[in-house]
Design a protein around this ligand. Sequence first.
Ligand code: RTP
Length: 140
Amino acid sequence: PTAPQVQVEETYIMVKPDGVQRGLVGEIISRFEKKGFRLKGLKLFQCPKELAEEHYKDLKEKSFFPKLIDYITSGPVVCMAWEGVGVVASARKLIGATNPLQAEPGTIRGDLAVETGRNIVHGSDSPDNGQREIGEFLNY
Ligand code: RTP
């Protein structure tokens, strides 16, 4: 038999400070649960500036970088590891486009957010980054 194309894998999902402050943690968890993914780890966490800068280091040259670091460290985040078949790409679909005004209705950002700079949730963009981010945040 041929191996399945999509593997059981893990992704790092983070409810950003605006999502926590707006009381959207339960709603966001619920969407991943209802889809059929499995919650493997979770913590409330005040992200240190150094970790925020490391997490977003690819965006260091962008004009919005200082604002992004201020935003992500402005209050507690909820760090989660989720497991499932194809969870990395599927979570990105459930979350929707980076700019919530371009995110489809039915997605988390499409239903619950309007600003790119306050887009309430993060999801890893590859299985390797998922493993790395789970290590960086949940094992901090
Ligand atoms: P994330 O890492 O949070 O899942 O976001 P993403 O892949 O959808 O988007 P990315 O391009 O990696 O950007 C990371 C986060 O930076 C903020 N951002 N602000 N023009 C702006 O003000 C701007 N562009 C990006 C967003 O919070 C975005 O999620």
